[in-house]
Design a protein around this ligand. Structure first.
Ligand code: OAD
Length: 243
């Protein structure tokens, strides 16, 4: 419920973190992973999103990512992304930690952004490790390194891989001192992001979750809006601006 107490809580927050998952992009037409029509309902992660799958068949893996890149390019940020972008300039200190690789937060205008699972429009060389941007869906598959021509891979954290520890640490150090955290559109099935949110809450952050369904973190939050983010975030924001 958007009551005065909640509005006051949000307006007085100085250091605000947002953790997002696939649900925030659902209203932009990008499938989630585990819900109805989700990627992992129709594809096997073992075939497409592991280092072993890539070693076995890089062309197949790139084709799947190229298909998803096209879905992302066809999509536009929705009102949920737009409010998260507004939050960045409203709060004195702000960090957005996203599990999404779809680039929609950046397209909505967020710059204080940590993409802990990578970005679908970035490739990484398997030999020299150079990262480089892909401006659109690659014409040549599998993609080769723009510098050394070795095989490149999507810059995505796959199952069985470790996170970029520097990124994770920068997110963690912000989150542990946050006074407010929004947890939006994640099932909480992937351990590391949920652990970050859980630690922020344990260190005193007031937690607002937005998800039509319960997640693995719902029992730890202070307030749960069982709504879609594109619908409820503009309503919350309207109250913040008006009151
Ligand atoms: P999931 O597909 O596991 O969960 C999506 C969540 O979004 C669910 O809890 C839905 O209830 C919720 N949801 C759906 N529509 C929504 C809406 N309109 N507004 C708000 N919430 C909505 O996706 P993630 O939790 O993001 O990893 O999955 C985590 C990771 O698993 C992904 O980053 C991906 C995947 O394997 C990588 O790609 C590395």
């Amino acid at each position: 419920m958007i009551n005065q107490q909640l509005i006051t809580k949000i307006k007085s927050a100085k250091r605000v973190a947002v953790l997002t998952g696939a649900g925030i992009s659902a209203e932009s037409g990008i499938p989630t992973f585990r819900g109805a029509g989700g990627y992992w309902r129709n594809y096997r992660a073992e075939d497409l999103a592991t280092p072993e799958a890539f070693a076995r068949d890089p062309k197949l893996v790139w084709e799947w990512y190229a298909m998803r890149m096209q879905v992302c390019l066809d999509a536009k940020p929705n009102p949920g992304h737009e409010i998260v972008a507004k939050m960045e300039s409203y709060f004195p200190e702000f960090l957005l930690v996203t599990q999404n690789v779809d680039n929609l937060h950046a397209r909505a205008g967020n710059t204080k952004l940590v993409e802990i699972h990578g970005n679908i429009f970035t490739a990484r060389c398997t030999s020299c490790q150079k990262k480089f941007k892909l401006e659109g869906v690659p014409k040549q598959i599998p993609v080769r390194c723009e510098s050394c021509d070795a095989l490149a891979r999507p810059h995505i954290v796959w199952f069985g891989e470790t996170y970029d520890m520097n990124l994770l640490q920068s997110a963690r150090s912000f989150l542990l001192k946050s006074d407010l955290i929004f947890i939006i559109g994640t099932s909480g099935q992937v351990g590391v992001p949920v652990q970050l949110a859980s630690e922020a809450i344990a260190h005193g952050a007031y937690a607002i979750e937005i998800n039509p369904e319960n997640s693995t973190i719902s029992n730890q939050v202070d307030m749960h809006f069982a709504n879609s983010s594109g619908e409820i975030l503009p309503k919350i924001w309207q109250e913040i601006i008006e009151k």
